[in-house]
Each structure stands twice: as C-alpha cells, then as structure tokens.
Design a protein around this ligand. Structure first.
Ligand SMILES: *[C@@H]1O[C@H](CO)[C@@H](O)[C@H](O)[C@H]1NC(C)=O
Ligand SMILES: *[C@@H]1O[C@H](CO)[C@@H](O)[C@H](O)[C@H]1NC(C)=O
Ligand SMILES: *[C@@H]1O[C@H](CO)[C@@H](O)[C@H](O)[C@H]1NC(C)=O
Ligand SMILES: *[C@@H]1O[C@H](CO)[C@@H](O)[C@H](O)[C@H]1NC(C)=O
Ligand SMILES: *[C@@H]1O[C@H](CO)[C@@H](O)[C@H](O)[C@H]1NC(C)=O
Ligand SMILES: *[C@@H]1O[C@H](CO)[C@@H](O)[C@H](O)[C@H]1NC(C)=O
Length: 239
C-alpha cells in the first residue's frame, strides 16, 4: 500500500520493450486509420459501400479508392477543408457498372453528386432524400430502371436535377414540387407516364425544364404559367 515504493519487477529493459511495442501498436493503428483520420468514419464506410456495389470499372476510376490514401484524396472526391466531410462525388463517363448504394445517404455533407454517362442500373436509392445539402444531382445517361424516389423531396436545397436518358418508370412524383429551389429539371428520354403534375407549377424558380421522349400523355398544366423565369421548355410529344 506504500505508493512511494518503486515497482520492483520493471527493469529498464522491459521499459524499453514496453515503449517499443507501444510504438509498433501506434504505427500499426496509424496505418489502419490512415484512410479516415481527421475525417468522418461514416463517410469513409459509405464510400467503401458505394465502391462495393460497382461491379465494373473498365478505366480504373476507383483504383485510388484504397487504404494507401486518405479518402478525401480519392479520385472524384472533394472534402470540406475544415470539417473533412465529403462535399462532392464526381465520377462521370467512367463506364462504371453496378448499383448505387443506399449508404450514399450517409454522406450528409454532400452538395454535388455527378455520376452521368455510366451504366448504373436498378433504383436511385430513396436514401438520397437524406442529402439535405445536395444542390446538384446529375445521373443522366445511365440505366436506372425503377421509379423516381418520392423521398427525393428531402433534398430541400436541390437546384439542379438531371435524370434524363435512363429507363425510369412510373409517374413524376408530386414530391418533386417540394424542391422549392429547383431551377433545372431534366427528365427526358425515360419511360415516365401519367402526365406532368400540375403541382410542378409551385417550382417558381424554374428556368429549364425537359421531359421530351416519355410516354407521359395528358396536357401541359396551366399552373406552369407560374414559371416566370423559364428559359427552356422541352416537352416534346406528350403521347
Ligand atoms: C504501414 O503502411 C506501409 C505502406 O502501406 C507499410 O509499408 C508498413 O509496413 C505499414 N506499417 C505498419 C506498422 O503496419
Ligand atoms: C460523423 O457523421 C455522422 C453523420 O453525420 C454523425 O452522426 C457522427 O457523429 C459523425 N462522427 C464524427 C466523429 O464526427
Ligand atoms: C492505391 O492507390 C494508389 C494511388 O492512386 C495507387 O498508386 C495504387 O496502385 C493503389 N493500390 C492498389 C492496390 O490498387
Ligand atoms: C460517355 O462515356 C464514354 C466512356 O465510357 C465515353 O467514351 C463517351 O465519350 C462519353 N460520352 C459522352 C457524351 O460524354
Ligand atoms: C449508413 O447507411 C446504411 C444504409 O442506409 C445504414 O444501414 C447504416 O446504418 C448507416 N450508418 C452508418 C454509420 O454506416
Ligand atoms: C403547391 O402550392 C399550392 C398553393 O400554392 C398548395 O396548396 C399545394 O399544397 C402545393 N403543393 C405541393 C405539392 O407543394
């Protein structure tokens, strides 16, 4: 119980061993954590999951997505300078094939998502609606072949949405009309049906709107007359 008594069994040599192992453990831990140190582990895991659902990468666009680099330095990734969260994911024209991971919704600081001209298929995950800071979502020229997720209304800061040239089915969800900052909406060349919803008239900042090449049917609703900033309207044949 006498705290002044020296601890008897630690020699200077075991001190040395202790320090040596502590250093090894420190270095090993440093290596393992290199890919997310200083950033957010959630972003790192989301990116790994996104990578895991990409089945073909013909030009090696994701070669740098490995643990020798910090994830903010991976190709196509931009992080905020201060908080080191992913703010932009841009992988365009890379011939990527596969599915878009729902873990995308965990990149909660994402402002720009650009994956146009690849071969993503399946659904645009509804978790995209968790990206409340997203301003630009560009997925044109892919093979998405499900419905437009109604949860997209959660992207309350979205300014530009381009889903043209896919195989999207179903109707244009009226939830798109909650995206009050939208200035650009392009849904051309899909398989959308059930007309242009009149609620879209609520998007009063609309500048460019395209729905050409869809079997939409119906007529152009009067409410689109609220679009005072309109510069381009491309509805093509609505039948
Ligand atoms: C740390 O990583 C480098 C390169 O990836 C490797 O050469 C080295 O052996 C690693 N060190 C430890 C302690 O794991
Ligand atoms: C990482 O981000 C998630 C989601 O925004 C948050 O819940 C978590 O607390 C963050 N972790 C750190 C270490 O910042
Ligand atoms: C990891 O990324 C670096 C940087 O792009 C690259 O030079 C290296 O070949 C990659 N390693 C693997 C195993 O792909
Ligand atoms: C689309 O991507 C391919 C590479 O996969 C490229 O060769 C082609 O030029 C791109 N097309 C456009 C319109 O950007
Ligand atoms: C990320 O997203 C997925 C799917 O949306 C979820 O299952 C997971 O718990 C989320 N959180 C983290 C920290 O990975
Ligand atoms: C659109 O605006 C009208 C009134 O201007 C409102 O009643 C309606 O709920 C709004 N709809 C949507 C889907 O935002």
């Amino acid at each position: 119980m006498n705290s002044k008594q020296p601890i008897p069994f630690i020699s200077s040599s075991s001190h040395f061993h202790f320090l040596f192992y502590a250093l090894v453990i420190f270095l090993a831990f440093n290596n393992i954590s290199a890919s997310y140190s200083g950033g957010n582990e959630t972003d790192y895991h989301a990116l790994l999951n996104i990578r895991s659902l990409i089945t073909k990468d013909p030009y090696g666009a994701l070669t740098s997505w490995n643990n020798s680099l910090y994830f903010c330095d991976w190709a196509g990734i931009t992080c905020g300078k201060r908080h080191r969260r992913v703010t932009s994911l841009r992988l365009l024209s890379q011939g990527l094939e596969g599915f878009l991971s729902p873990h995308l919704g965990n990149l909660s600081f994402l402002r720009v998502l650009v994956l146009y001209n690849n071969s993503f298929q399946g659904a645009i995950p509804h978790e995209v609606g968790r990206l409340s800071k997203l301003r630009l979502l560009s997925l044109y020229n892919n093979k998405f072949n499900a419905v437009i997720p109604v949860k997209i209304s959660g992207c309350s800061n979205l300014e530009k949405l381009d889903l043209s040239n896919n195989e999207l089915v179903g109707s244009i969800p009226k939830e798109i009309s909650f995206l009050s900052k939208l200035t650009f909406l392009s849904l051309g060349s899909n398989k959308l049906t059930s007309g242009i919803p009149s609620f879209l008239g609520n998007l009063t900042l609309m500048e460019k709107f395209g729905v050409v090449n869809n079997p939409l049917g119906g007529s152009i609703p009067d409410t689109l007359g609220y679009w005072k900033n309109l510069k381009l309207f491309d509805a093509g044949i609505l039948t």
